[in-house]
Design a protein around this ligand. Structure first.
Ligand code: ADP
Ligand code: MG
Length: 264
């Protein structure tokens, strides 16, 4: 089954089996994830929701290869996670733009780092800026950008090497509600078009319902999956779906799953 509208899904399958993780801290060991089993299909858009500290970011970093795990297996496109994989794009809550580089140069950075800068790079950078609606801002400096524009640059940069997997850790949480909803819709439609496998970490149940094919609800202490809710709203997603009966039913199902997770 494919989830994207794109005819050729390039997204990769993500598989976690019995994944557990304990951090060692000055105060002793802190179990954060216990026995996480999860299969995400190629092209699927999945959100992780759950209370603060339940391990959402840790789970995302494990998939990105930025943090190790103690037990279980993880594969992305059949391969174990590894830092610096070019087929994985990562976008954070606060965009980390290089202040001495303009918008265009920031988007070019992944090509430079991966030693893939070539004659066709300027065209690719221009295409990426168009994709995120920033063609008019190519020569602006990062301090001249609004929060929404900075996140658009971060998105273009995460998509630069055409990754099969996009990981996003609360990328919209610093934005006001209007900008946020606007970008929610745009990014959901973009993921459809590009066919990436996408994981979004969010605090907002509404955002998760609006964007995802499936919502994974996580409980805390230690982090574990307490709900797996399908979002059977049609695609492409639109703002006027918010508040429909179906939308409310799905939101309530997520809330129900999460309240089970709070009973410890
Ligand atoms: P979430 O993203 O759901 O808020 P995190 O994955 O960031 O949760 O953190 C889960 C728990 O692990 C929290 O209690 C946090 O304080 C702790 N934690 C996160 N990163 C580290 C680390 N590098 N070392 C020790 N503890 C950590
Ligand atoms: Mg987090």
């Amino acid at each position: 089954m494919t989830y994207a509208n794109s005819p050729d899904v390039k997204g990769e399958t993500i598989q976690l089996r019995g994944v557990s993780k304990t951090y060692t801290t000055a105060k002793g060991s802190l179990p954060v994830l216990r026995d996480v089993d999860l299969q995400i299909e190629a092209g699927e858009f999945v959100s992780f929701v759950g209370p603060s500290g339940c391990g959402k970011s840790t789970l995302l970093k494990i998939i990105a290869g930025l943090v190790g795990y103690d037990e279980g297996t993880v594969t992305i496109g059949g391969q174990p996670p590894r830092e610096g994989r070019e087929d994985i794009g990562f976008m954070l809550q606060q965009s980390v733009l290089m202040p001495w580089l303009n918008v265009s140069k920031n988007v070019e950075l992944p090509f430079v780092i991966a030693r893939r800068r070539g004659p066709d790079t300027p065209k690719r950078v221009a295409d990426l800026l168009e994709l995120v609606g920033l063609s008019h801002a190519a020569t602006l400096n990062s301090w001249e950008l609004s929060g929404g524009m900075q996140q658009r640059v971060a998105l273009a940069r995460a998509l630069a090497l055409d990754p099969g997997v996009m990981l996003m850790d609360e990328p919209f949480s610093a934005l006001d509600e209007f900008k946020r909803e606007y970008l929610n819709i745009e990014v959901a439609q973009m993921a459809d078009r590009l066919g990436t496998t996408t994981i979004l970490v969010t605090h907002s149940i509404g955002e998760a319902v609006l964007m995802s094919d499936r919502i994974i609800a996580l409980g805390a202490n230690p982090g574990r999956i307490v709900g797996d809710i399908a979002v059977d709203l049609p695609r492409p997603r639109h703002r006027d779906m918010v508040g429909s009966d179906r939308f409310q039913k799905i939101s309530n199902a997520v809330r129900d799953a999460l309240s089970i997770g709070f009973e410890v």
